[in-house]
Ligand binder design. Structure first.
Ligand SMILES: Cc1cc2nc3c(=O)[nH]c(=O)nc-3n(C[C@H](O)[C@H](O)[C@H](O)COP(=O)(O)OP(=O)(O)OC[C@H]3O[C@@H](n4cnc5c(N)ncnc54)[C@H](O)[C@@H]3O)c2cc1C
Length: 306
């Protein structure tokens, strides 16, 4: 590929060459983005995508709470929605609706809904990602998931065009959405129902305390490493295989939750992914169940130099 980075239209946001991506993720590992784009707003995003050579791959990062960026970094354009326009949250309490930009944090959306007396979004308080990440991952907990409350979502496709989707278009299932490849979510409307702000705040408190007691929230982690296979709990399979609190290099399995990978300080992405793969093989050998990654692994492995 020619140096496509030198031949791009002006943007109102920021374009950063060879920007390390580790600091943008919870696990704090990984190499640089060939080019990181922090668009100012949807129009800025659409303009650049529309003029980006079609062969340049595009990758999106939300809050980085469910990804491992590999050590060799990510080729092409990495988009992170940072502009204020993407983080806005608004309530239509009369309609029981919340409108959110894709960079809004799920927990902020849950709290704003509570203050406005819109119930049904409380589970978002337990998820440390963005609305865009939730739309892609069908994020959920404690019996609620994104697909249940999504009314409509919109985004910008690889050609820079705005597209609008209903949940039916997105074929949601457990931690899966079937959005067109390359689509970047920019906003969504969620349908809740009228509720009492004090009761909603109390439910959110319960969720928050339960999370603090059961998950390593202050560690460098990536959330659930593997999906729960039908009829099993991933954490139980990993625990039964003897991996709780074990690992190698700077990568280990949390003592608190056996489905959480932790970077103890100086882990590489290769160590974290390698530990995950070792556990998959061991669990398969011991239980006959092959775990499927929930954490998204993006980018290139770093070549080993002699
Ligand atoms: C401590 C902890 C607890 C967690 N608990 C839960 C839980 O209970 N339930 C649960 O479901 N998840 C949980 N997670 C995982 C994670 O928070 C969710 O998957 C979340 O939805 C990811 O959002 P994000 O913004 O961090 O996305 P990222 O991790 O940055 O990205 C995840 C995927 O979403 C895509 N993506 C992100 N933004 C956009 C966008 N704007 N447009 C298109 N694609 C996009 C990325 O390309 C990637 O494929 C937890 C994570 C942690 C660290």
């Amino acid at each position: 590929m020619t140096d496509w980075r030198g031949d791009l239209p002006p943007v109102r946001g920021r374009l950063l060459k060879d920007e390390p991506l580790g600091p943008f993720t919870w696990l704090r590992v990984g190499g640089p983005a060939e080019l990181l784009f922090l668009p100012a707003d949807e129009e800025d995003l659409g303009n650049l995508l529309g003029q980006l050579p079609p062969e340049v791959p595009v990758t999106v990062l939300g809050a980085g709470s469910n990804v491992i960026v590999r050590d060799g970094g990510v080729k092409g354009l990495v988009v992170r929605l940072a502009g204020r326009a993407f983080g806005e949250v608004a309530a239509e309490p009369g309609e029981g609706r919340m409108i959110a930009g894709a960079a809004a944090l799920d927990a902020n959306l849950a709290r704003a809904a509570g203050r406005a007396g819109v119930a049904g979004l409380e589970f978002f308080a337990g998820i440390p990602g963005t609305v865009g990440g939730a739309l892609t991952m069908n994020a959920g907990c404690y019996g609620g998931e994104t697909a249940d409350i999504l009314s409509v979502a919109w985004g910008v496709d690889r050609q820079g065009r705005k597209q609008i989707f209903t949940p039916l278009d997105l074929g949601y299932s457990y931690r899966v959405s079937r959005a067109p490849p390359g689509l970047i979510w920019t906003g969504a409307v969620f349908q809740g129902h009228a509720g009492d702000p004090e009761q909603i705040a109390a439910s959110i408190d319960v969720i928050t305390r339960r999370r603090e007691a059961t998950q390593p929230l202050r560690e460098k982690t990536g959330g659930s490493t593997f999906k729960n296979p039908p009829g099993y709990s991933a954490w139980k399979l990993i625990d039964d295989a003897g991996w709780r609190g074990r690992g190698f290099g700077g990568a280990m399995i949390s003592h608190l939750h056996a489905n959480f990978l932790i970077n103890t300080g100086a882990a590489t992405a290769a160590e974290l992914e390698g530990l995950g793969e070792t556990i998959r093989a061991d669990v398969a050998a011991k239980s006959g169940v092959m775990l499927e990654w929930e954490i998204k692994r993006i980018g290139e492995e770093k070549p080993i130099t002699p």
